[in-house]
Design a protein around this ligand. Structure first.
Ligand code: OAD
Length: 237
């Protein structure tokens, strides 16, 4: 049986598709808007206070993601037999043909803002009247972006909390790519894999805390390093 390979990706994997990262120089959390710090918009509290401002920001980010195309890293991972866990909400792994566990959600999807059900719905392709079209298809109430906000918690039905922990604890190889190690579940994933004795490969253009615990550190752009690693794994024994 093949050794289980688990891959954990972050914003750096989509950087070469032209999507800003979060904490880089042009990152979403770095470039402040006039009225709000962007990080404040990514909260349930902000959505409760000003839902249409928050929606407008997500619709802008969604448009950026939809204009982008999967790069060589996304395409290579779609060919690798692996369990793919992503923090990215941009949908590029999905569009490249993978079926990732999207632990921070997916910006092209929405769900009921009142939690009438656990369903997650594809958003309408074209949105001309947000207040009319961004509704829960089940109860007709307001919908919200299907993303994890700063004042919310991971769970299994929406964000694959237990699934990712289990995959990490069973991994023989964990490839971590393009993340700055600032969020909670990715830390748990890497820690569980290290404890399980997995080979941990950290791919990033910069040093980051995951590099300190990795077995192998690759300091190169994801769109170069990932296809090379995948080609190695796909070679016949
Ligand atoms: P960050 O913006 O925090 O970090 C991006 C990482 O990618 C950095 O370590 C960069 O050095 C690296 N990087 C940039 N370009 C790269 C490239 N071409 N190849 C390889 N690495 C590159 O983004 P994340 O770590 O993904 O959560 O952020 C994690 C979470 O924090 C996000 O999912 C978001 C944010 O709050 C939510 O919105 C819930």
């Amino acid at each position: 049986m093949d050794a289980p390979i688990v891959v954990l990706t972050g914003a750096g994997v989509s950087a070469e598709s032209g999507i800003p990262t979060f904490r880089g120089k042009e990152g979403y959390w770095t470039v402040g808007s006039r009225e709000y710090h962007p990080q404040e918009l990514a909260t349930h509290a902000a959505f409760t206070r000003m839902p249409w401002d928050v929606w407008a920001w997500y619709l802008h980010r969604r448009a950026v993601c939809r204009r982008a195309e999967p790069n060589a890293a996304h395409k290579a991972l779609a060919r690798l037999p692996c369990d793919l866990i992503t923090q990215n909400v941009d949908g590029l792994h999905r569009r490249a043909g993978s079926r990732p566990y999207a632990i921070h959600g997916d910006i092209d999807h929405m769900r009921c803002a009142n939690d009438c059900c656990l369903d997650i719905f594809a958003m309408p392709e074209e949105i001309t009247d947000p207040k009319a079209e961004l509704r829960c298809p089940r109860c007709g109430g307001m919908a919200r972006p299907h993303v994890l906000w700063f004042d919310e918690s991971y769970d299994e039905p929406r964000f694959f909390l237990e699934t990712s922990r289990r995959l990490a604890a069973q991994a023989r190889t964990l490839i971590v790519a393009g993340t700055s190690a600032q969020t909670n579940l990715p830390w748990q994933i890497v820690t569980l894999a290290v404890r399980a004795g997995a080979t941990v490969i950290d791919i990033n253009i910069e040093d980051n805390p995951f590099g300190d615990v990795a077995t192998r550190v690759i300091r190169a752009p994801a769109a170069e390093a990932i296809p090379a690693i995948v080609a190695g794994h796909l070679q016949p024994d």
